[in-house]
Design a protein around this ligand. Structure first.
Ligand SMILES: NC(=O)c1ccc[n+]([C@@H]2O[C@H](COP(=O)([O-])OP(=O)(O)OC[C@H]3O[C@@H](n4cnc5c(N)ncnc54)[C@H](OP(=O)(O)O)[C@@H]3O)[C@@H](O)[C@H]2O)c1
Length: 292
C-alpha cells in the first residue's frame, strides 16, 4: 500500500488520481486550495483518504499539509505536484501581473511542496510525480510563458532525479498532450492585452475551439501514472498521448539536426591543449619582433 500526497485535487488529473489511488486501496492526502471543493471525496474510503487545504503558492501551507500527512498516516511515499494552470498569449502581450502568478503556481508551488516533502520522503523513499506538459517538451507561439514554466519543471525534475536517487526516490515527469479535464475550461488564462500583430500566433482562441474536443482520456492518463509509480523501472519522461509523442519526436529530430549542422563550429570552443597554442604575442608581434 502506498501513501500519496497530491496537489490540485478539485478537478482533472489530481482528482481522478486521488480517487483511483484510494479505490485500489492506497492512502491519500488529497489537497486543494479550497478544501470545501473536495470535502466529500474522502467519505467512501474509511479513513484512507483525508482532505487538506493547500494553495501551492503558500509554502507554510505545504509544510502544514506534510505535517498532517505524517500525523495521520505516519508519512507518505508518493508526492504528486499536479496543481497548475496555463497562460496563452504572445510574450509581448503578457504582463508581469499575468505571468508571475502563473510561475508561482506551476513552478514555485511545485518547488515549495517538494522542499516540504523531502525531509519525510528521504526517510521512506518513493516517487515524486511532476506534472509537466507537452508544453514542457517544445516551445511554440502563444504558449511561451507556460512553456517557460513547464521547461523549468522539466529541468528541476531532471536535477531532482539525480539528487534523490541515493535516497531511493524516483522522479517521473508527466508530459500530457491535450486531455479532457477542466484545463481548457477554467485553467487557462489569456493575456488581456490583445495585439493584432500577433493574431496569427497568440493562440488567443485555442481554448474556445478545443475545449471539450481534446482526444486525451484522463482516466487512461491516470492508469499510466499509477503503473509508472508502481514500476521501479519506469522511465523519467512520460509523454502522454499521440500529440505529446509527436512533439517529442519532432523535438528530438530538430535538436539532432541543430547539433549536427554546426557540429565542427560549435564544438571547437575549449582552450587549446598545452603546447599546441599559438601564443597571442606571436600573432600580434610586429615585423620588428617587438610587441605593438
Ligand atoms: N489537461 C491537459 O490537457 C493538460 C496537458 C498538459 C499538462 N496539464 C497539467 O496537468 C495539471 C492538472 O491540470 P488538469 O488538466 O487536471 O486541469 P484542471 O482540471 O483545471 O485542474 C487544475 C487543478 O490545479 C489546481 N490549482 C490551480 N492553482 C492552484 C493553487 N494555487 N494551489 C493549488 N491548486 C491549484 C486547480 O484548483 P482550483 O479548483 O482551486 O482552481 C485544479 O484542481 C496542470 O499542472 C496542467 O498544467 C494538463
Amino acid at each position: 500500500m502506498k501513501t500519496w500526497l497530491i496537489t490540485g485535487c478539485s478537478s482533472g488529473f489530481g482528482q481522478r488520481l486521488a480517487l483511483a489511488a484510494a479505490e485500489r486501496g492506497d492512502q491519500v492526502v488529497a489537497t486543494a486550495r479550497s478544501v470545501k471543493t473536495i470535502e466529500d471525496m474522502a467519505e467512501p474510503f474509511d479513513g484512507r483518504m483525508i482532505t487538506v487545504p493547500l494553495d501551492v503558492t503558500d509554502a507554510a501551507a505545504a509544510k502544514a499539509a506534510v505535517a498532517k500527512a505524517v500525523e495521520t498516516f505516519g508519512g507518505f511515499d508518493v508526492l504528486v505536484n499536479n496543481a497548475g494552470y496555463g497562460l496563452h498569449g504572445a510574450i509581448e502581450e503578457g504582463t508581469s501581473d499575468e505571468y508571475r502568478p502563473m510561475f508561482e503556481v506551476n513552478l514555485f508551488g511545485l518547488i515549495e511542496a517538494t522542499r516540504a516533502a523531502l525531509p519525510v520522503m528521504r526517510r521512506s523513499g518513493g516517487a515524486i510525480v511532476n506534472m509537466s506538459s507537452v508544453a514542457g517538451i517544445s516551445g511554440g507561439g502563444g504558449g511561451g510563458y507556460y512553456n517557460a514554466a513547464k521547461f523549468a519543471v522539466e529541468g528541476i525534475s531532471e536535477a531532482l532525479a539525480s539528487e534523490l536517487k541515493p535516497f531511493g526516490i524516483r522522479v517521473l515527469i508527466v508530459e500530457p498532450g491535450p486531455f479532457r479535464t477542466d484545463f481548457l475550461g477554467r485553467s487557462i488564462t489569456v493575456a488581456a492585452n490583445e495585439m493584432p500583430e500577433y493574431a496569427g500566433t497568440s493562440r488567443r482562441h485555442y481554448r474556445e475551439t478545443n475545449n471539450g474536443n481534446q482526444a486525451g482520456d484522463p482516466d487512461k492518463a491516470i492508469a499510466v501514472i499509477l503503473r509508472a509509480v508502481d514500476d521501479d523501472d519506469a522511465p523519467l519522461h512520460l509523454p502522454l498521448g499521440p500529440v505529446a509523442h509527436a512533439a517529442a519526436e519532432r523535438k528530438l529530430a530538430a535538436f539532432r539536426s541543430d547539433i549536427d549542422a554546426w557540429h565542427d563550429i560549435t564544438i571547437a570552443t575549449d582552450f587549446d591543449p598545452p603546447g599546441t597554442r599559438v601564443a597571442s604575442s606571436d600573432r600580434t608581434s610586429t615585423s620588428t619582433g617587438q610587441r605593438p
